[in-house]
Design a protein around this ligand. Structure first.
Ligand code: ARG
Length: 446
């Protein structure tokens, strides 16, 4: 019997890169390859077809895993709780799928007794970091291989030549000039003409959203109901979170909502021009925030904003399984306990506007807010409140306004009339101390 080869589990997409990876891992590393294809809601040519491709390229086995439901329930739900937008714009599309795929890669490695896991990411992006950081946190003993980072097939023609020479099927269709990654939460489009930040994205890069100019002339209203911060009903019809994401991608996409064109800071230190379309993600985050505005106590809401940024950065940077991200999840979960209610959205020509919100846990008090006769706000209390609220800064201002105080210590002086800095002899002893200290400090730095 021939020697048993070591095994490697490969994150397989069906594209040329990962197909070449299969052969390369066999030939260059002498490993048996188990391919894993994750369905996270991306556009694809057919999962069975992808599986056959992996086997044809020489994989020992190919697991096709439908990850969509888990993706929605365990990943997108947490992103929504955190209103996660990296750099206040990007809803973390790719950053959310990598840890889930990693989990399945590690599971497959354990199942097949593989010591290695491989991915097809380049050395310049965030995705390599996310895969490797996730895999390492799930099983520190697994050795990670990144063929694309290692081989010297610099250009696509070189890669095709290698593929043909090694019997790897090469796609017949011309490759799109863009690098695309997509899933339920949206679609990322990079490269090609987009690498010039001054060039407007060509119309054909978008597939989930229609051009707002061509969107329907009639607005469309959508009502979303939430339970513990997760949407469970759309226009009065109960659906799974996954079903709601699909439905909203359709509606919001048809109205041309959800496009993003941004310059983004990658973890590896490179600024890149990124185009995204994320119709459901952006609409859901907007609706979710509107409900939080109504339900969350002010200090919780304000504190949460900072936590949201921390969560988004951690996940962007591949820290999904880290203790920090887990701790922030616990905070987020606590804020979502009373997040029940309904939000009404209006889609129109590339926009999504919140036009209504209601909740049994609403902290909006009509009596406190109204300027009508029903007003129950204690206006008299405002006077004392402002006195004490301003006491500390009032004390500060009075100190700086004293005769002889150095004018530069009180930058607001221009607004209250000029304060002149009296002659040294005229100044009170306390301010002479300040002047002496200043003179000494200047002398020592000269
Ligand atoms: N810049 C985005 C991110 O880092 C998108 C990455 C898309 N990946 C890709 N292979 N095209 O999350």
């Amino acid at each position: 019997m021939a020697d048993q080869k070591d095994k490697v589990v490969l994150a397989y997409s069906g594209g040329l890169d990962t197909s070449v990876c299969i052969k390369w891992l066999q030939e260059e590393k002498g490993l048996d390859v188990i391919a894993v294809v994750g369905d996270v809601g991306q556009e694809h040519e057919g999962l069975e077809k992808i599986k056959q491709k992996a086997l044809k390229a020489g994989a020992l086995d190919c697991l096709v895993v439908d990850m969509r439901d888990t993706f929605a329930k365990e990943y997108l739900s947490k992103a929504l709780a955190a209103n996660a937008l990296y750099e206040n714009k990007y809803p973390l599309v790719s950053a959310l799928s990598r840890p889930l795929i990693s989990k399945h890669l590690v599971d497959a490695a354990h199942k097949f007794g593989a010591k290695h896991i491989a991915h097809g990411c380049t050395g310049k992006g965030n995705d390599q970091v996310r895969f490797e950081a996730s895999i390492t946190m799930l099983d520190p003993d697994i050795e990670i291989l990144a063929p694309v980072r290692e081989w010297d097939l610099k250009t696509r023609p070189e890669e095709i030549e290698w593929a043909l020479a090694h019997g790897v099927e090469v796609p017949a269709t011309k490759k799109s000039p863009y690098s695309i990654d997509d899933n339920l939460w949206g679609r990322a489009i990079e490269c090609g003409v987009l690498e010039d930040p001054w060039t407007e994205p060509p119309a054909d890069i978008y597939t989930m959203t229609s051009d707002p100019v061509q969107a329907p002339d009639e607005p469309q209203y959508v009502e979303l109901s939430f339970s513990r911060g997760i949407p469970y009903m759309i226009d009065g019809v109960q659906k799974s979170f996954l079903g709601i994401v699909y439905a909203l991608n359709e509606v919001a996409g048809a109205h041309g909502f959800g496009r993003i064109d941004m310059i983004e800071n990658r973890l590896v230190g490179v600024k890149s021009r990124e185009c995204y379309e994320a119709p459901a993600a952006l609409a859901l985050i907007q609706a979710h925030k509107a409900l939080e505005d109504l339900v969350l106590e002010r200090e919780v809401l304000h504190f949460k904003l900072g936590m949201e940024q921390a969560w988004a950065s951690a996940v962007y940077n591949g820290q999904w399984f880290s203790p920090l991200k887990e701790a922030i999840d616990a905070f987020m979960a606590s804020t979502q306990r009373c997040l029940y209610g309904t939000v009404r959205l209006k889609f129109y020509k590339g926009t999504c506007t919140v036009v209504g919100r209601k909740s049994a846990y609403s902290l909006y008090d009509y009596g406190l807010a109204t300027y009508d006769a029903d007003d129950s706000f204690d206006h008299g209390a405002a006077r004392g409140f402002i006195q004490l609220h301003s006491l500390s800064t009032k004390t500060w201002a009075a100190n700086r306004r004293q005769e002889g105080a150095p004018a530069e210590l009180f930058d607001a002086r221009d607004q209250v009339g000029p304060l002149t800095r009296g002659k040294y002899e005229d100044v009170t002893p306390i301010w002479r101390q300040v002047a002496d200290a200043e003179a000494k400090a200047v002398a020592t730095t000269e």
